[in-house]
Design a protein around this ligand. Structure first.
Ligand code: SAM
Length: 285
């Protein structure tokens, strides 16, 4: 209980995304100590409770009853501590729970995250793509036209892009990625994280598509698609300026090449300088 407000605490508890050993000591401890667990699917969470001999009672909180259940849980939180869990990974990350969490804040009830597995973060961490700044858009849409729209929207994004994907749609999605983002776009397909058939496939989009088509078992399982963002130079200076700069930079000093390119194309020197530092500085060294 929170001593200041004299109300209970909502713990948002991450659970494994495959390997049961990925649960944290703290998560087990909290699940044992709270008076109630609000679970996305109580049958699913039963396995975790049995494995760690946790006897806490459960109630369901899923996408179809979340609004209705939230009021009940908020009422219970006045007198008890409750843990929120989803079927796998971190609750509220493409899982139910945010309505309850928001309601806790509005009702001055303390919310405590118990961090742990999350497929999106695990996939990013093993992708080998820049991840300081990334774009996450949940699942790619099922409908072809919507999927096309989202992919075209992400086409010029510079950050690494992450989508959750289902085994039923991965072939369609990969074909669309090749069509709309290009066959050479680097993709990291991260499958079955922490499980027996864990696989990380890195390569151009067309190679990943071919790999999936070569063996139908490769489409199976849970997966995350990580897509490299577009290279900065495509956005920052026009192609003709880039071409001039790339020729001059081989013959002249950096300063001379920038000055001459700026004169020829009547383009801002600072813009060319920033671009040159980002793209050519290693060549000059
Ligand atoms: N809350 C979860 C989390 O923290 O990762 C995500 C729930 S979302 C409904 C389920 C999707 O996450 C799956 O369809 C898949 O795209 C991804 N996912 C979950 N577990 C995974 C795993 N072990 N390997 C790869 N992707 C996984």
């Amino acid at each position: 209980m929170n001593k200041k407000t004299n109300t209970g605490i909502l713990y948002v508890v991450a659970t494994p995304i495959g390997n049961i050993q990925d649960i944290t000591y703290r998560a087990v401890n909290i699940l044992q100590k709270v008076q109630l667990i609000a679970a996305e699917d109580t049958r699913h969470t039963k396995y975790i409770l049995e494995t760690f001999q946790i006897t806490t009672k459960m109630t369901s909180l899923h996408q179809y009853n979340e609004s209705y259940k939230t009021n009940k849980i908020i009422f219970l939180l006045k007198t008890m501590n409750i843990a929120l869990v989803s079927n796998a990974g971190t609750p509220t990350i493409h899982d139910p729970g945010y309505i309850l969490v928001q309601s806790c804040h509005k009702n001055n009830i303390q919310v405590v995250p118990i961090p742990g597995p999350c497929a999106l973060i695990a996939a990013l961490s093993a992708s080998g793509l820049p991840s300081n700044n990334f774009y996450y858009k949940g699942f790619l849409p099922r409908k072809t036209l919507l999927r096309k729209k989202i992919l075209l929207k992400t086409k010029n994004i510079q950050q690494t892009i992450v989508f959750y994907e289902s085994c039923h749609r991965i072939l369609h999605s990969m074909k669309d990625i090749v069509n709309y983002l290009g066959r050479n776009r680097i993709i990291v397909l991260v499958k079955e994280i922490t499980k027996k058939w864990e696989t990380i496939k890195y390569g151009p989009a067309s190679d990943i598509l071919l790999w999936l088509q070569q063996d139908h078992t490769r489409k199976k399982g849970e997966m995350v698609i990580v897509i490299s963002g577009i290279k900065l130079h495509k956005k920052t200076i026009p192609l003709n300026v880039h071409n001039t700069l790339s020729v001059l930079i081989k013959q002249l000093t950096l300063k001379q090449a920038i000055q001459l390119t700026s004169l020829i194309h009547k383009t801002n020197k600072n813009q060319i300088y920033t671009y040159a530092i980002q793209n050519f500085i290693h060549d000059k060294k």
